[in-house]
Design a protein around this ligand. Structure first.
Ligand code: G3H
Ligand code: 13P
Ligand code: NA
Ligand code: ZN
Length: 328
């Protein structure tokens, strides 16, 4: 059955677990994620970005979710808009049956200037009021994703760099977080702690200098009842890098967010953990392997089936690590 983000994360907080939010663009990802959830009895967050909405179309995404909810009636499913950037992207998502929307008013890299902070508060509060009228949850974001190694803030589309910022400008300020949550009424707050989107987060295994988990602990101390969200939470596992590169890929060596750091976050109020890159890599590793090992193969299902199985295994692993397994 459908569930709102608020209902799901309230349960997660009460029972001390986190919920992975997996990005969805197509049927194969939907089926693979639901199979994982079914196998370990986990509630599910499926999130669609603006890119996913233009790739599949809102009607297709909405009907796909209807189908998944019908096929897995025993599982709670939240359909969430990832990185909405305006009232319009949020309201149209609500109209298409999303039970939760993210209004990311922090997308401007200078989100810590007073003017852009006020912009973020205003638009997020407005979306929260509208969404709540419709019984839909809202995630807001405060802070700037990007690399603490280089000081490069992430560009609005999650690719490349928008410019250089100090650590202070990027990391979420705990006192400002209190003001933001109070003034906007969001159900969940995405924070910045040194992670970024995509595969190239860190040039070495991250320590506290470049992955600032202490920021999460401080925010949680000041906002013990607010559900925190970690974006850019792919672990970029070595085995997935290796399989892609073994079969013709050219991904330079990189490091993601270690699972044990996410588990530490979950002990300090992190309830939603956004994962897209790992899912992409799990599928692509299998596409490359089949293409290399079976060059005569041309049936897409022969590529997609192993890719779905790899995605299911990945999603199940995350549900087990984050304590989501067994909570459905
Ligand atoms: O926030 C980024 C997510 O990984 C979605 O990526 O905008 O390419 O669909 P996308
Ligand atoms: P990754 O790129 O680390 O998977 O992050 C995904 C994300 O934050 C989607 O909003
Ligand atoms: Na941001
Ligand atoms: Zn994100």
């Amino acid at each position: 059955a459908r569930i709102t983000l608020r209902q799901l994360l309230d349960h997660a907080a009460e029972h001390g677990y986190g919920v992975p939010a997996f990005n969805i663009n197509n049927m194969e990802q939907g089926l693979a994620i639901m199979e994982a959830a079914k196998a370990c009895e986990a509630p599910v967050i499926l999130q669609a970005s603006r890119g996913a909405r233009s790739y599949a179309g809102d009607v297709m995404l909405a009907r796909m979710i209807d189908a998944l909810v019908e096929m897995y009636p025993e599982l709670p499913v939240c359909l969430h808009l990832d990185h909405g950037n305006s009232e319009a992207t949020c309201v149209t998502a609500i109209r298409h049956g999303f039970t939760s929307v993210m209004m990311d008013g922090s997308l401007e890299a200078d989100a810590k200037t007073p003017a852009s902070y006020e912009y973020n508060v205003d638009i997020t509060a407005r979306v929260a009021r509208i969404a709540h009228w419709a019984g839909v949850s809202v995630e807001g974001e405060l802070g700037v994703l990007g690399s603490l190694e280089t000081g490069e803030a992430e560009a609005e589309d999650g690719h490349g760099a928008a410019g250089k910022l100090s650590h202070d400008q990027m990391l979420t300020d705990p006192d400002q977080a209190v003001d933001f949550v109070t003034r906007t009424g969001v159900d969940a707050l995405a924070i910045a702690c040194g992670t970024s989107h995509g595969a190239y987060k860190f040039t070495r295994k991250p320590d506290g200098d470049i992955l600032a988990m202490r920021v999460i602990e401080e925010i949680h101390t000041k906002l013990p009842n607010t559900h925190l969200v970690m974006h850019g939470s792919s672990s970029v596992p070595q085995d997935l890098q290796d399989i892609i590169n073994e079969f013709g890929g050219e991904m330079p060596q990189t490091w993601g967010v270690p699972a044990e750091e996410i588990e530490r976050g979950i002990r300090h109020g992190v309830r939603k953990v956004n994962i897209d890159t790992d899912c992409r890599m799990a599928m692509t590793g299998q596409f490359r392997r089949i293409a290399a090992q079976n060059p005569a193969e041309f049936d897409p299902r022969k590529f997609l089936k192993p890719a779905m199985e790899a995605l299911t295994a990945l999603c199940r692993d995350r549900c087990e690590r984050f304590g989501t397994a067994g909570q459905a």
